[in-house]
Ligand binder design. Structure first.
Ligand SMILES: Cc1cc2nc3c(=O)[nH]c(=O)nc-3n(C[C@H](O)[C@H](O)[C@H](O)COP(=O)(O)O)c2cc1C
Length: 224
């Protein structure tokens, strides 16, 4: 059994999976545990769509069709990060990007290879389980914060079952395709997605090691 610290620190974004299926009871267990996440006034603003088997293939082929054939027509309807990226965020983003592309052998300006890799997002990186998270579009930012806690809980609870995950904002860019595919009611929108499965430990992409700033860099202790 992993300690809490081990469950948290052994979580990584895994981008290649074994084909081994994950039993539905395991998925339900992870989601039940994750739903213990706190939320402001216990509103629990989350809804999860789970895709496996043919349903997963059908979703991924709809989105990949849009990704390859009409990329200009789809975008997220929300600002994901900064309108204009600046340091220190830019430097951190660049580092993880170049580290990842270095492992994949993708050089600067190799747009086709970059797109090929980006497309893997829409196959849930080969994971046997894909999750799509939806939220009522008029929820305030505290509810989006609640949602993040829930999603992180899924990542950690998955570790408890020997599984790995990759949270994926990429799905928000094709939210319209996914919303249509799911027949979502008007009030709901696609927040993001997540891959879930057993790590392919042979895959080079999974050797990526990301770094974090030391505690002294992001903490201010106030003592008097
Ligand atoms: C909200 C969110 C969205 C993300 N979206 C993507 C994505 O679309 N595709 C992807 O490959 N990784 C995605 N990631 C993974 C991040 O790149 C990753 O968490 C970060 O580089 C740190 O690496 P680690 O998760 O392995 O510690 C996302 C992570 C979060 C929290």
């Amino acid at each position: 059994m992993l300690s809490v610290d081990e469950a948290i620190t052994s979580r990584r974004s895994v981008r290649a999976y074994k084909p081994d299926p994950v039993p539905q009871e395991t998925i339900s267990h992870i989601l039940e545990v994750a739903s213990r996440a706190p939320s402001g006034t216990n509103m629990q603003p989350w809804h999860v769509h789970i895709f496996t088997g043919d349903a997963l293939n059908s979703l991924t082929s709809s989105v990949l069709d849009a990704f390859w054939n009409e990329p200009e027509e789809h975008q997220s309807d929300r600002q994901h990060y900064l309108e204009k990226i600046r340091d220190p965020y830019l430097a951190r983003r660049r580092k993880v990007g170049w580290d990842l592309y270095g492992i994949l052998g993708i050089g600067k300006g190799e747009r086709e290879k970059t797109r090929e890799f980006h497309a893997q997002n829409y196959k849930f990186f080969g994971a046997p389980v894909g999750m799509i998270f939806t939220i009522d579009h008029d929820m305030g930012w505290m509810s989006w914060l609640d949602y993040g806690m829930f999603i992180q809980n899924i990542c950690i609870a998955a570790r408890g079952q020997g599984l790995h995950t990759c949270p994926q904002a990429a799905w928000a860019s094709y939210h319209d395709v996914v919303e249509k595919h799911l027949g979502l009611p008007e009030i709901q929108l696609v927040h993001c997605g997540m891959s879930l499965g057993f790590e392919d430990t042979e895959a080079a992409v999974n050797t990526l090691e990301t770094v974090r700033e030391p505690v002294e860099e992001f903490v201010t202790f106030h003592t008097e």
